[in-house]
Design a protein around this ligand. Structure first.
Ligand SMILES: [Zn+2]
Length: 426
């Protein structure tokens, strides 16, 4: 039976895969199908990316609009962290549903097959891989079986973010999931180098050790895959990241700017609610058809820290919905200056009242900057010829590629199955 194994190294930028820090991935990329123009979605946050990898759809269609989102739970719009363990239930209560499109787990479950995910990132990013419980999802905040049946603690994933936890997760993934349970789709989501990248300068010794830990964990999975399928015919092995990172430059307090401009009543008011997403921000309006949308848009045009603003109908161009209370999306201004470790790319970020730490000089993502929009993607086996694909690809192309390998239809997805052969050959 055909199977798919997916490993995501959170935040690993394609250009930071070097022979020095990631010897396995460097070599593996050379013997795999390598997608040289691979892009994230917008916002380029892990929770949005997880939903796009799971559904093969842009946020416009799956509905998960960032690491934070404004929800009206009865008392007006409030910005919430999507990463919290209870966000999935709160979203469901407030809107009557979770993701608006079916996930890979749902699609294979309907075909009588199984999906198992082990994710060492935020509970939100883990649960939105399969929010309605068609397969198994393991996360340190709580693990679930089909029907969203909570698993007993002894079957759970008692690990921490970082290299040690990732290594434990990888061992369990290889032994229990790949060798023991052998599901149609097995997905491992590593916390590194994202976890360390948010707390240290990109390219610093600690960040490079985090990249090396992800490299070692992928190597371990690759050994397991090749022992289970020496010819590479049955197992489609997908290794990639969800997005890259930029170095944080200035932090913009957008709530304060809007209040000072007379466009927002108070930090907790619902008239306009800023959902900060690192180097992006999404603005929700209690009256999405009201005059305030245009007034805020005009104000934002005067702000030099903004890279690009998408307002109303132009949200389509950013892959975002036009028919929700979210009516303005911003990506902040990036620049290509290198940091003190010679890693190029800076960006401003929007202050996050839910996580008000100063991350100046550390890694962040969320916007459309060149380096945060630089995930990597290597595919090995399953009929993929080695070599470089120059044509642009996206996170949303992974799910249709997975389904093609499993012989299932990808009807309704935004993405396209990825090409078996390198650019310029057939
Ligand atoms: Zn991150």
């Amino acid at each position: 039976m055909n199977r798919v194994v997916i490993v995501i190294c959170d935040s690993l930028r394609a250009d930071l895969i070097t022979a020095r820090d990631a010897p396995f991935l460097t070599h593996f990329g050379q013997r795999s199908a390598r997608f040289a123009a691979h892009r994230s979605v917008f916002p380029s946050t892990t929770r949005t990316s997880a939903a796009s990898i799971a559904t093969g759809c842009l946020p416009a269609r799956h509905g998960l609009l960032g690491n934070t989102m404004a929800l009206d739970e009865g008392d007006g719009l409030v910005c919430l962290s999507v990463g919290k363990p209870d966000f999935r239930d709160r979203l469901h209560r407030a809107t009557g549903r979770t993701l608006h499109m079916p996930t890979l787990a749902e699609r294979v479950s309907r075909a009588g097959e199984t999906a198992i995910a082990i994710s060492n990132v935020s509970p939100g990013a883990a649960y939105f891989l399969d929010p309605d419980g068609f397969g198994w999802v393991y996360n340190p905040a709580g693990s679930y079986g089909p029907g969203r049946r909570p698993l007993p603690a002894e079957e759970g994933l008692a690990i921490s973010k970082g290299a040690a936890g990732d290594s434990t997760a990888t061992e369990r993934f290889c032994e229990e999931v790949l060798r023991g349970r052998a599901p149609a789709i097995a997905l491992l989501w590593l916390s590194e180098p994202d976890y360390t990248g948010h707390h240290t300068p990109l390219g610093s010794p600690a960040h490079r050790r985090a990249i090396a830990s992800a490299d070692a964990n992928v190597s371990r999975v690759a050994e397991t895959v090749s022992s289970l399928d020496p010819t590479g015919e049955n197992i489609l092995f997908v290794v990639g990241s969800d997005h890259g990172m930029e170095t944080v430059d200035e932090t913009i307090d957008l709530d304060r700017l809007l209040i000072d401009a007379g466009l927002k009543h108070a930090p907790s008011s619902s008239d306009v609610v800023v959902a900060p997403n690192g180097s992006a921000a999404l603005l929700y309006f209690s009256d999405p058809a009201g005059a305030l949308v245009e007034q805020v848009a005009c104000f934002l045009e005067t702000q030099s820290w903004i890279g690009q603003a998408f307002v109303g109908p132009s949200l389509v161009a950013a892959g975002l919905p036009t028919n929700s209370t979210m009516q303005i999306a911003l990506t902040l201004k990036p620049d290509e200056r290198a940091n003190s470790h010679d890693v190029p790319g800076h960006s401003h970020v929007v202050r996050d009242a839910l996580e008000p730490k100063d991350a100046t000089g550390f890694g962040q993502h969320g916007g459309l900057g060149k380096n945060e929009q630089r995930p990597f993607l290597f595919i090995f086996g399953g009929g993929f010829a080695p070599g470089v694909r120059e044509r642009r690809s996206s996170l949303i192309d992974i799910a249709p590629t997975v389904l093609r390998h499993l012989g299932l239809t990808a009807a309704g997805m935004d993405g396209q199955p990825l090409p078996f052969h390198p650019t310029g050959t057939s």
